[in-house]
Write a protein that binds this ligand. Structure first.
Ligand code: AMP
Length: 189
């Protein structure tokens, strides 16, 4: 049983690495970004609410994403653990996650922070934009997402460092190299 949070700036490779790790540990990947994108594609009420924020590189309001995670984490497939990919992104979300987990008698075991320089990130995101065609992968929105990250999410590194949950992973290298660094870090949890 392992409950993991994946952190890192946009373009650090969180999603890709999360998929490998979830496969390995047989736990669900809970990506708030993916849930929001699906809702937007399906045109649901949630999707309608999220659209303006996602498409301008801003964070969707805390109450919305906290509600999504609270509901998702209680599903039976999370009994053997879960990996949160892209949540929490604000201090409020992190505090609420602590509350939700304690209500459910669960704990967070580890926070993996994938570390990559800002210059490398923008280049990677622009490359990904060409391949995936995500509507929030234009240069302007990428810069906005980066700003949002450094202003609102970066402070969480300190929050989890103080709780002694943080493991920093060097995010430069091949996908395989980074996966094996993460696996190594998870062995000692
Ligand atoms: P991602 O796929 O994780 O890069 O997320 C894409 C976009 O979804 C972000 O730029 C935000 O607009 C929104 N989003 C995803 N996760 C969160 C979150 N935890 N809090 C607020 N907004 C989020």
């Amino acid at each position: 049983m392992i409950n993991i949070v994946f952190m890192g700036p946009p373009g650090a490779g969180k999603g890709t690495q999360a998929k490998f790790i979830c496969n390995e540990y047989k736990i669900p990947q809970i990506s708030t970004g993916e849930i929001l994108r699906n809702a937007m594609n399906e045109g649901t009420e949630l999707g309608e609410k999220a659209k303006e924020f996602v498409e301008s590189g801003k964070l969707v309001p805390d109450e919305i994403v906290i509600g999504i995670v609270k509901e998702r984490i209680q599903k039976s497939d999370c009994e053997r653990g879960f990996l949160l990919d892209g949540f929490p992104r604000t201090l409020k979300q992190a505090q609420e996650l602590d509350n939700i987990l304690s209500e459910l008698n669960k704990i967070l075991h580890v926070v993996i922070n994938i570390d990559v320089s800002e210059k490398e990130l923008v280049e990677r995101l622009l490359r990904r934009a060409k391949i995936e065609g995500r509507s929030d992968d234009t240069e302007e929105v990428i810069r906005a997402r980066m700003k949002t990250y450094f202003e609102q999410t970066y402070p969480l590194i300190e929050y989890y460092k103080e709780k002694k949950l943080l493991r920093n992973i060097d995010g430069l290298g091949s996908v395989e190299e980074i996966t094996s660094r993460i696996k190594e870090a998870l062995k000692n949890v």
